[in-house]
Design a protein around this ligand. Structure first.
Ligand SMILES: [Zn+2]
Length: 407
């Protein structure tokens, strides 16, 4: 593995579109970064604490991952950005040689209901680990993300309840102002700083966000503030009202969305990058993806089932282990069970996004979607991103378990 990363010496990340789907807004392309090319559309596994839980970097690459996420809030609190920087940056620290994206920390801080105070200057918050007080300003978030050294970094944004129109108006002005400050503070030419559009489920606010942020000419645009409590239909309507206002020559990233059926819906609307904790979090809860929907490994009828999770699946887990064994591992609380389930779920999603990308090149995306959805029974899950708004209203004591188990 190589992990050298010299500020200023690498070409800045840039996107090139290779093929457009004639029947939808889907597109296939490549996002070039200093740590390699990311084929898009892509699904990025989440490695909140600089680890995609239970998996080694070699395993992730073997599964087909080409971009992973890490989290600024968590790594700033522990072990600290200076420490990671002194050990060569995040790529070197975690021995991941391929592209990394860091979230700005905004989402986690705004999840700390009762533990934070927001002003136009920034946000003051208390650590969920030890209660110590910290402040994130746009400049501070960029400073931390420059030290971590990811290929793609995010502007600090305010992420409100997507259904609260009045508050979204206030938060949107702040998010836009912060994006400008992030742009001014950002100095590393080898990192792409993406802006995050907000505006909840409100079409006029989303259009306003697209107008303001695209005028600042960021190298990429993320759509934030979704998949945290709104109905799925509202998520897609919001994308319909947003993506057409984003530039064709820049990558588009939908934050925190990524169940199997979501991949089709988002990609068809012109999304290039998705991330979600769902596959790894479900895996640790004993739920695995199959072509017919989710399978709960705790079910009693699997106790003596010799079949793999999915017949024909090429993953290490399915090539070697039975449902009966995986159920046993889960019931016994064995670590290997978490690993094997995570391997299968990530393989399932990464294979699916690769299939979707190929379908764009082959011009048959609609057929592939139809074929997949004719078998797959989705589970309505509108709160994929870390937690949900109901849990946010609970007292601060819940913050540690929610935020500490994010990926
Ligand atoms: Zn499998």
């Amino acid at each position: 593995m190589t992990s050298s990363h010299s500020p200023g010496l690498s070409a800045p990340p840039h996107y090139s579109c290779m093929k457009r789907d004639p029947h939808s807004a889907a597109r296939a392309g490549v996002l070039h970064t200093p740590h390699g090319a990311i084929p898009t559309p892509i699904f990025a596994p989440v490695g909140t604490q600089a680890t995609v839980k239970t998996l080694t970097p070699d395993e992730l690459q073997a599964l087909g991952a080409s971009l992973i996420l890490a989290n600024t809030y968590h790594l700033y609190l522990r072990p600290g950005a200076d420490l990671i920087s002194s050990l060569g940056g995040l790529h070197s620290f975690m021995r991941w040689p391929a592209p990394i994206l860091t979230d700005s920390g905004g989402f986690q801080v705004f999840s700390l209901e009762g533990l934070r105070r927001v002003t136009d200057e920034g946000v003051v918050f208390r650590s969920h680990i030890d209660g110590s007080e910290h402040e994130f300003s746009p400049e501070k978030s960029i400073e931390i993300q420059e030290k971590l050294g990811a290929d793609i970094i995010m502007a600090l944004d305010e992420c409100p309840n997507p259904l609260d129109c009045e508050y979204n108006k206030i938060a949107l002005a702040r998010t836009h102002h912060w994006a400008e400050r992030c742009l001014r503070a950002h100095t590393r030419q080898d990192q792409a700083l993406f802006a995050i559009l907000q505006g909840g489920i409100f079409a006029d606010l989303r259009r306003e966000s697209a107008r303001v942020l695209t005028s600042l000419d960021f190298p990429g645009y993320a759509i934030g503030g979704l998949s945290i409590g709104e109905a799925k239909s509202q998520t897609w309507e919001t994308l319909d009202q947003t993506v057409p206002f984003l530039p064709e020559d820049k990558p588009r990233y939908l934050m925190g969305v990524g169940s199997p059926e979501d991949l089709f819906e988002a990609v068809e609307r012109g999304i290039d990058i998705l991330d979600c904790v769902l596959p790894t979090r479900l895996a640790r809860n004993g739920a695995v993806f199959t072509s017919h929907g989710r399978l709960n490994l705790r079910k009693a009828e699997l106790a003596a089932d010799p079949a793999p999770i999915e017949e024909g699946c090429g993953c290490y887990t399915c090539r070697n282990f039975s449902r009966a064994y995986l159920r046993h591992l889960h019931k016994s609380g064995e670590v290997l069970g978490l690993r094997l389930n995570s391997i299968h779920n990530l393989y399932f999603l990464l294979s699916l996004i690769h299939r979707i990308r190929q379908a764009i090149f082959d011009g048959n995306l609609a057929d592939v979607k139809q074929e997949f959805l004719s078998q797959y029974i989705p589970v309505e899950d509108t709160k994929q991103r870390y937690g949900n708004l109901a849990r946010r209203r609970k007292p601060a004591v819940s913050a540690k378990s929610r935020i500490g188990n994010a990926s």
